[in-house]
Design a protein around this ligand. Structure first.
Ligand SMILES: *Cc1c(COP(=O)(O)O)cnc(C)c1O
Ligand code: SF4
Length: 326
């Protein structure tokens, strides 16, 4: 590599951390779709006018440090800022990797807030990646949450089972056993990430009775073709993972080269509908800048014509009229 290029990449990794697991290093060698997610590029030095430091408004609804309470019935708790890998398009790239785990005082304050807020039914553990914590620490957090009567569900948002599958150990599975059902939403963007070891880790979770969902980010040049997402979603369903969300790529700084337009995303989703089982299809969502939450963004199959009449487009693109009962 020419020295000028190396100097540029050094600037990139000063700004945004670099980290890859051995598992993903191996996968990146044989797959451009994996490599482009983790290997830094000089394009990250380009800041576009629309780029934001806090793209989804995590800070807009943060009553205590480490906790975001945007919707009445659920909160996200950032138990750590560390990840096993640093994705080049990360929506929290300004904060991940900083100082490790949420300090004990902040964690206690967050748990006290949950305890004092009866409308909270679900606690989403996120980060960073919550599964970089030791089973012992996770067990403590699960036990504290299980002791709060109004908390009914704990959800993990994690990339660990795919990128660091050796972390899914019997100790971890034991630590998750409380009265609360732990749901897991697995972040994965390309079928080539699903290595033999990753598949085995997902099977261990499913065998242990952990319900599995997935979330993927729509990424230009990586998975912005119907065939690529089709392969991913089919593989996930075969692994007992239900595709949950396809995220429109957020406005993170230096990640503009990964963003598609919404119209491109809608066209891909429309191409998948009908050609792929409904069980395999996630909801395409936009996390609105400013902290206003996630919104399903189509494609639209319905157009109101007035007087209870609707134009409805089927999976082949043919338009039909539908009349509401009078
Ligand atoms: C994404 C998110 C959630 C979870 O949203 P769901 O639509 O229930 O998956 C909850 N709180 C915040 C702040 C979020 O960003
Ligand atoms: S695993 Fe998630 S939080 Fe961590 S770098 Fe990737 S996108 Fe960001």
């Amino acid at each position: 590599m020419p020295e000028a290029d190396i100097a540029l990449l050094e600037r990139v990794v000063q700004d945004f951390r670099l980290r890859l697991t051995p598992e993903m290093q191996a996968a990146a060698q044989s797959s451009d779709g994996v490599a482009a997610q983790f290997v830094p590029s000089a394009e990250e030095l380009v800041t576009r006018p629309e780029d934001l430091r806090d793209p989804i408004g995590d800070d807009a609804h943060s009553p205590v440090r480490g906790l975001t309470h945007r919707y009445p019935d659920r909160v996200i708790l950032h138990v750590t800022k560390t990840c096993e890998v640093y994705c080049r398009f990360c929506f929290r790239r300004e904060t991940v990797g900083e100082t490790g785990h949420l300090p004990q005082d902040d964690l206690t304050a967050a748990l006290d807030y949950i305890s004092a807020t009866p409308s909270i039914w679900e606690v989403v553990l996120t980060g960073g990646d919550p599964l970089v914590l030791s089973p012992r620490r996770l067990g403590e957090i699960m036990a504290r949450l299980a002791a709060i009567p109004h908390v009914g569900i704990v959800r993990f948002h994690t990339r660990v089972p795919v990128v660091a599958p050796q972390r899914i150990t019997p100790d971890l599975l034991n630590a998750l056993k409380t009265r609360l059902v732990p749901w897991m939403v697995i972040h994965t963007n390309h079928a080539d990430e699903l290595t033999t070891a990753a598949r085995a880790a997902l099977s261990r979770l499913a065998d242990a009775g952990v319900p599995l969902l997935s979330q993927s980010v729509l990424l230009r040049g990586i998975n912005d073709r119907a065939e690529v997402l089709e392969a991913l979603f089919r593989a996930l369903i075969g692994l007992r993972v239900k595709p949950y969300y396809l995220h429109h790529c957020d406005m993170a700084r230096g990640a503009g080269h990964f963003r598609t337009t919404i119209a491109e995303g809608q066209a891909i989703m429309a191409a998948l509908r009908g050609r792929l089982s409904g069980t395999c299809l996630p909801t395409y969502v936009l996390d609105l800048p400013g902290g206003h939450g996630k919104v399903p963004i189509g494609p639209d199959y319905l157009a109101p014509q007035g007087d209870g009449t609707w134009q409805v487009t089927d999976w082949r693109g043919t338009v039909h009229l539908y009349h509401d009962p009078i």
